[in-house]
Design a protein around this ligand. Structure first.
Ligand code: SF4
Length: 336
């Protein structure tokens, strides 16, 4: 029998209640609204979508930081909510998260050594001061902070944004995770250093074999990460995955209108090509409120290809090419 995948997300829903005014009716923001996703060992899944589409909520829920409203997350085939205490601890150690803002994810009163040794001690990976120092130095070398002696006893405010994110990555890999949820890891970093961080993540994947859920709103970053690392790209819109497939296939031949719009907005380095390219025109620039999404396909108010059933029927995610899934009536209904 084949081994179950590292993570399997089944019809996952995460709703947040909101109330307008003291006596107002309770409404729900459907941040994640029925998502299925599989992350295998050593796999890379790049999750892309605009701010507010639910991708961070999905990442945090997979990492065990948010409880789902409905649906399941299976960790190595077992429902996360039914794991024993020991199994749940293993799951929490095995899924590490790298947040967007490295400054707020590091304790400003702790040195780099204190930060790294806290994680190493907590999971029993190193115990004595000598072991902690040696392992911390190794981790700093792995993330390119060399010589480690120059960084071990510094505080976060003494480091640049890129160096801080490297420390956060070192802390994440310190516990030998099988999956790193990298949530917009380059957004708050100087533009000139972003590629270095992406390359570091990809390099670590080859060295330590961790899987990634790489979350980004930047299609350029997604294209770079997925083109070099492979794996799959999943595109998210207002709580749902609307396209998913092999990275190269989604980049070169996107099928969903929303993915096409995102792709057409990515600048290309060739000025000739750039002049020839016509960006797809959206029907509306307004992103609908997740409190009150449009009926039918949630993209229908903006979609340049909108047709008759789009505002009435919800399109299902269907496999239209081998391993390439799309939720759009264009591929399942005839346009009259
Ligand atoms: Fe556009 Fe209709 Fe496809 Fe939605 S289902 S993406 S509105 S064509």
């Amino acid at each position: 029998m084949s081994e179950p995948p590292l993570i399997e997300v089944k019809d996952l829903k995460v709703y947040f209640p909101v109330r307008k005014g003291f006596f107002g009716k309770k409404q729900y923001v459907k941040a994640v609204d029925g998502v299925d996703l599989v992350i295998g060992k050593r796999h890379i899944v790049t999750l892309i979508g605009e701010s507010g589409c639910g991708k961070t909520t999905l990442g945090k829920t997979i990492a065990g930081l948010i409880k789902p409203t409905a649906g399941k997350i299976l960790y190595k085939g077992k429902d996360v909510l039914k794991l024993s205490g020991k199994e749940y601890n293993e799951y929490r150690r095995n899924i590490q998260i790298v947040h967007q803002d490295p400054f707020s994810s590091l304790n400003p009163t702790k040195t780099v050594f204190q930060t790294l040794s806290a994680a190493l001690k907590r999971w029993g990976i190193a115990k004595t001061r000598k072991e902690l120092l040696e392992r911390s130095a190794e981790l700093l070398e792995m993330v390119g902070l060399t010589p480690p002696e120059d960084f071990l006893f510094k505080y976060p405010h003494q480091l640049s944004g890129g160096q801080r994110q490297r420390v956060v990555i070192a802390r994440a890999i310190s516990v030998h995770p099988e999956l790193i949820v990298a949530d917009e890891p380059i957004t708050m970093i100087d533009v000139s250093l972003r590629i270095d961080i992406l390359d570091l993540l990809l390099d670590l994947q080859k060295k330590i074999g961790t899987a990634y859920l790489f979350i980004t709103h930047d299609f350029g970053a997604a294209r770079y990460f997925a083109a070099k690392g492979g794996g799959i790209i999943a595109v998210m819109y207002l709580g749902n995955i609307v396209e998913m497939g092999p990275a190269e296939e989604v980049i070169q031949r996107p099928l969903h209108p929303y993915t096409k719009v995102l792709m057409s907005a990515v600048p290309v380095p060739d000025p000739e090509l750039s002049r020839k390219r016509k960006p797809l025109q959206l029907r509306s620039l307004d992103i609908p409120s997740p409190l009150n999404p449009p009926p039918g396909c949630k993209f229908n108010t903006r979609c340049p290809y909108y047709f008759e059933p789009c505002d009435k029927e919800v399109p299902k995610l269907v496999e239209v090419k081998p391993n390439h899934w799309v939720a759009c009536h264009l591929y399942t209904r005839e346009k009259k």
